[in-house]
Design a protein around this ligand. Structure first.
Ligand code: MSP
Length: 471
């Protein structure tokens, strides 16, 4: 088990760029975090689940201009979209940190001043190829045919006066912490990837500020510069806990027990983020877990290809818990996952309408006239899968149990027993009812609404159709 079994569980998602409405990838990471937060809560831990938005930078400034709005007005609108979507998806985050929040900005300034005073930040110049889509400088070998593979555009060559964060000083320390899993990166291949990157070259100092980008946080020691997006953004993981920037006084939730992120932002999370913390003398997060990307029909989703699957489309078709289930069961958490609406519709009908839906309506209807006391809770044992973040594996265990229960009912035909063998009927139904209670309990972190509905159906003996068949 690699997640430290401490009493608290502080989990974070990346803070997404506020340049457009939320998409399915954002929903994927956030639902996974929500499931893990609910699971750890059910284990009696003090859970804090932090989410938020990354609202500064050139990309967002441009998006606001295109929309004919001021940047603040624009990000306020986007923030409302994200908050609204998390509600519709049953996501129960404990905060929603926005980088335009004044306490956050104050804390970032205070950190920048500390780093500057320590000599960890210095004024210099950076020449490089900058991809605005990534808000990152790119090296030659990260480009494909001279273009950023993620954004399909050639980066701009930029030579700018900027402030830089020293990386060489912390490189050895960082490498050791990753090697020893003190700063644990999972799945293992991502740890190896980062280690070979760190061992293969001397880290370059990182540009942390830009000139002429007004939509950002001003450096306290040079008003001509604003922070380059990442420093501002990373600190959310601390300011989201109410931290004011004082490295000597950290929130009780720190260090983070688990930070989820997509593979696209692993490099920065495994280098710049810990570098800031090491310079400040703050403990590193315990675990980074990197997941793959959602592909649609084998391809990266794009408007031009017309293969974009939107969270709203999924919600409308599959409902809250249907969407949560289909996203997390679509593939292994950690690897790329391919989805199509057709396949998800089939899976919805097979696993939810037929599998789970059938079981609930059978057990509730046939059990109408028998009383089974609330069983000792004995949910499906998937603790190990959850500790390893094998979310689809945990769901598979629940569905094995659902299939077994359905099979048990089909074999024993309680509708016939009701007429011929009252005692066996009672035994079969008592067993099925207890199993359904346990299934409901096991579903709770993944499908909280459904878990509640099943329990209340078992009490009221009224089976509503949980998942109507769809086309
Ligand atoms: N703002 C930065 C993160 C700063 S965190 C201190 C950023 N934002 S983003 O809007 O681009 O979000 C990237 C994250 O969204 C990914 O790491 C992942 O969590 C999620 N996803 C975005 N697209 C995705 C897929 N197609 N599939 C799965 N998740 C992806 O980077």
């Amino acid at each position: 088990m690699y997640i430290n079994m401490s009493e608290k569980f502080y989990i974070t998602t990346p803070i997404y760029y506020a340049n457009a409405k939320p998409h399915i990838g954002h929903a994927y990471t956030t639902i996974a975090a929500d499931v893990l937060a609910r699971f750890h809560d059910s284990q009696g831990k003090e859970v804090f689940f932090s989410a938020g938005l990354d609202e500064h930078g050139a990309k967002i400034q441009k998006a606001a201009e295109n929309a004919g709005k001021s940047p603040q007005e624009f990000v306020d609108g986007i923030a409302a979209e994200f908050v609204g979507l998390w509600e519709k998806l049953g996501v129960r985050n404990d905060n929603f940190i926005r980088t335009t929040n004044s306490e956050h900005k104050q804390a970032v300034k205070s950190v920048l001043q500390t780093l500057y005073d320590k000599g960890a930040i210095y004024k210099g110049e950076y020449e490089g190829m900058y991809c605005v889509g990534c808000e990152q400088f790119k090296s030659e070998n990260e480009l494909v045919d001279g273009k950023c593979p993620d954004h399909g555009a050639a980066p701009e060559t930029m030579k700018e006066e900027c402030y830089l964060l020293k990386m060489t000083e912390i490189q050895k320390e960082l490498t050791e912490r990753i090697k020893s899993d003190e700063f644990c990166i999972k799945p293992g291949r991502y740890k190896n990837e980062i280690l070979s990157f760190l061992e293969g070259q001397k880290l370059e100092d990182v540009s942390i500020s830009r000139k002429n980008i007004s939509w950002g946080i001003e450096l306290p020691f040079d008003g001509e510069h604003t922070t380059y997006v990442w420093v501002d953004a990373f600190l959310n993981y601390l300011t989201g806990l109410g931290w004011d920037g004082n490295a000597g006084k950290l929130p009780k939730e720190w260090p983070a027990d688990l930070q989820l992120l997509g593979k696209d932002i692993l490099r920065v999370h495994a280098t710049i983020w810990p570098a800031i913390l090491l310079h400040l003398g703050i403990k590193l997060p315990k675990n980074l877990f990197v997941h793959g990307h959602i592909l649609s029909g084998g391809k990266k989703m794009s408007k031009t290809l017309g293969n974009v699957i939107s969270p709203d489309e999924m919600l409308e078709k599959f409902g809250t818990d249907g969407t949560r289930y289909l996203l997390l069961s679509a593939g292994t958490f950690g690897e790329d996952v391919d989805m199509t609406m057709e396949r998800m519709t089939e899976k919805y009908n097979a696993d939810l309408a037929n599998g789970l839906g059938n079981l609930v309506s059978r057990v509730v209807k046939l059990g109408e006239n028998i009383e089974v006391g609330m069983p000792e809770k004995n949910p499906v044992a998937y603790g190990e899968e959850m500790e390893k973040l094998e979310l689809s594996g945990a769901l598979k265990k629940i569905w094995d149990m659902i299939d077994e229960s359905n099979k048990f009912i089909a074999e024993n035909k309680p509708w016939e027993l009701a007429k011929s063998d009252a005692e066996k009927f009672n035994r079969v139904m008592a067993k099925s009812t207890i199993e359904l209670y346990n299934i409901a309990e096991s579903l709770r972190p993944f499908m909280p609404e459904t878990a509640e509905k099943i329990k209340s159906a078992l009490k009221t003996k009224k089976a509503e159709i949980l998942f109507p068949r769809i086309k």
